[in-house]
Design a protein around this ligand. Structure first.
Ligand SMILES: Nc1ncnc2c1ncn2[C@@H]1O[C@H](COP(=O)(O)OP(=O)(O)OP(=O)(O)O)[C@@H](O)[C@H]1O
Ligand SMILES: [Mg+2]
Length: 351
């Protein structure tokens, strides 16, 4: 019952009760007898008023005490409690709002902890990944200074290694910069509407050249309708495809590598499937490969460079295109990465 209703009831009772009682007494008893009831009459008024005040007071005091405890808890940073709303009056609603506020604050606090943890992980990963080539560069430079590289061949080898390691660092820093830009939405997307068939055909031609030079077979099937269009940032989507294919090459363990690219129309989306016959990904790792810095044990223990950022960038770009990405894999057999991007639908003018 609303507080307002309770106050009206209390007011009405206090008004009606004494008047009614007086009228009743006057009706039943003689005027001189009414005076004898005066004491009882006052007593009844007193108890009724006390009862009504207590009734209204309880409505306010119980939830107020609860809210006081809740506010104190929140002030002290303790968000692990629950505020229950017992009544359906204004105070019940206030308790409910307070509970919602507590849940939101708790979710924010948990998000912040997770974010801080990720940031710490990010810094430790960056320092680890940068330290490895720096240690190598230092070692080779010391070798040159100490005169260990005493023949032109050795000197050449040392300098080439230093150059390669510096390149590795450069690549890593570029990748990190790109990731941080993507993560903080500082990459401006240039979306354009283009023919899906033509765009992916161009990508496939480039891939064919690149893979052929590396002795990897490339199979391409384009089932797209001639007139399907997509709204994409061509450069960023290219980055997605290159990243996935670079993984296919990096984690290839067969002497005769093979990469496939299939394109399909699936309802409102265009589906791109990029497969390989590489070493595959264990089922336990598959759900995490799109997390940043996630590398499977198998690839972490191998000599293949990489920091586990590639697929997290890919995921972010695909999602910015309103799409979705996932993968299937069989260990020893190969991996297929699927992603979808939304088709451009022409809306007739009269709709
Ligand atoms: N085609 C694939 N075959 C086998 N394993 C793969 C394949 N693609 C991804 N993986 C696994 O998923 C992990 C995450 O991939 P991701 O591209 O994010 O990182 P990375 O290749 O290790 O590093 P980076 O791309 O930053 O150089 C890889 O370390 C690898 O273990
Ligand atoms: Mg990669």
């Amino acid at each position: 019952m609303k507080l307002k209703t309770k106050l009206i009831i209390a007011f009405m009772v206090m008004l009606i009760l004494p008047t009614g009682f007086l009228m009743f007494a006057r009706h039943i008893f003689e005027p001189k007898e009414v005076g004898e009831f005066q004491q009882m009459f006052l007593l009844i008024i007193f108890f009724t008023a006390a009862l009504l005040v207590y009734w209204v007071y309880r409505t306010v005091s119980v939830p107020l005490a609860k809210l006081q405890v809740a506010a104190r808890n929140i002030k002290e940073g303790n968000l692990d409690f629950e505020i229950t709303a017992d009544a359906d009056d204004e105070f019940g609603e206030l308790c409910q709002d307070f509970e919602e506020m507590r849940l939101r604050l708790k979710a924010n606090a948990e998000e912040k902890v997770e974010y801080d943890k990720e940031n710490k992980e990010l810094i430790s990963n960056i320092s680890h990944d940068l330290k490895t080539p720096i240690t190598a560069i230092k070692g080779y430079v010391e070798g040159i200074m100490d005169g260990v590289a005493d023949t032109p061949e050795k000197m050449d080898k040392y300098i080439k290694t230093i150059y390669n390691k510096a390149n590795e660092m450069d690549l890593l820093i570029n990748e990190l910069t790109l990731y941080s830009k993507i993560d903080t939405n500082r990459i401006p997307y240039n979306f354009t509407t283009i023919s899906a068939k033509q765009y992916f055909l161009d990508c496939a031609e480039d891939l064919y050249m690149e893979l052929e030079a590396k002795g990897v077979e490339f199979e391409y099937r384009n089932y797209l309708e001639e007139d399907s269009k997509v709204i994409v940032d061509p450069e960023q989507l290219r980055r997605v495809i290159n990243n996935i294919v670079s993984n296919s090459l990096k984690y290839m363990d067969k002497p005769k590598g093979k990469v496939t690219m299939n394109l399909k129309d699936v309802g409102d989306f265009i589906q791109v499937e990029l497969g390989d016959n590489g070493k595959g990904i264990a089922a336990k790792d598959l759900p995490y490969i799109f997390d940043r810095f996630y590398r499977t044990d198998a690839s972490r223990n191998s000599s293949k460079g990489g920091s586990g950022i590639g697929l997290s960038i890919v995921k972010k770009i695909v999602e910015e295109h309103g799409g979705n990405i996932w993968g299937t894999s069989e260990e020893g057999e190969g991996t297929i990465m699927y992603f979808v991007v939304r088709k451009y639908q022409e809306v007739p003018m009269n709709e």
